[in-house]
Design a protein around this ligand. Structure first.
Ligand code: PGA
Length: 257
């Protein structure tokens, strides 16, 4: 019942894969194989150099484009960084923030994720904020402590009107790229607790509006079951988003029976 309130959202995360020249053929194939009538929103988050090609190639197929990071600074002397203004100018709609790979490889903290998320919201780009526990935390029963900390820290200082636009991706680290998906029940349990937390921090209306994705080895085989859960509003898809047929099948899995 609650779910109808939210449009499912399937986002691809290409990570550091694919080349600019591969974008056009990929999108042409995707347009061919994905359902024409869709019950979900679709986005693909690509590396910076692929953004212009992705935006050009998705214009007519109803797919939005996201980045996988952005600078917390506005502009100026920050060598190697990419600003929000640049992303906006290109037509980028989403930005993945706090992915566990960036937390691990680049030392991104919850405070930095919060600063970036607030800046993105202020500019009109929607942040997809990733949270997730490690294998060790999972084994030791510390999942909810880790998730609660990450969610609270990521949303710190945000107005209710901003929070309702945020997308949260629950991505257990042990499930990313491993083929070990969380069971639909495990993922639902965490996503429902995230929603309850948001209700506690804000209110029921905001909690019902926020879209919560599951990410971590989602594929064409397990998508339907995961997406049928009441608090799972979509997926953040890594490996399976690199194959048009697999990504299209996940998009099709959002259709209600
Ligand atoms: P995966 O990646 O689907 O390859 O597990 C998901 C992600 O890291 O966003």
């Amino acid at each position: 019942m609650q779910k109808k309130y939210r449009k499912p959202f399937i986002a691809g995360n290409w990570k550091m894969n694919m080349k600019p020249s591969e974008v056009k053929p990929f999108m042409a194939k995707l347009a061919e194989v994905m359902p024409r009538k869709r019950e979900c929103e679709v986005a693909i988050c690509v590396p910076y150099p692929l953004l212009p090609a992705a935006i050009a190639a998705t214009k007519k197929i109803g797919v939005r484009v996201g980045a996988q990071n952005m600078s917390q600074f506005e502009r100026g002397a920050h060598t190697g960084e990419v600003s929000l203004e640049m992303l906006l100018d290109l037509g980028v709609k989403y930005v993945i923030l706090g992915h566990s790979e960036r937390r691990a490889d680049n030392g991104e903290t919850d405070y930095l994720v919060n600063a970036k998320a607030k800046a993105a919201l202020a500019s009109g780009i929607c942040p997809i904020i990733c949270v997730g526990e490690s294998e060790e935390e999972h084994t030791r029963g510390l999942t909810m402590e880790r998730i609660a900390y990450q969610v609270k820290a990521a949303l710190w200082g945000m107005e209710a009107s901003e929070v309702r636009k945020v997308v949260i991706a629950y991505e257990p680290i042990w499930a990313i790229g491993t083929g070990k998906t969380a069971t639909a029940e495990q993922a639902q349990e965490v996503c429902s607790r995230i929603r309850k937390m948001i209700r506690g921090l804000y209110d029921g209306r905001i909690a019902r509006a926020v879209r919560i994705q599951y990410g971590g080895s989602m594929n064409e085989k397990n998508a339907k079951e995961l997406l049928s859960m009441p608090d799972i509003d979509g997926g953040l898809i890594g490996g399976a988003s690199l194959k048009p047929e697999s990504f299209a099948a996940i998009i099709a899995a959002t259709a209600q029976d």
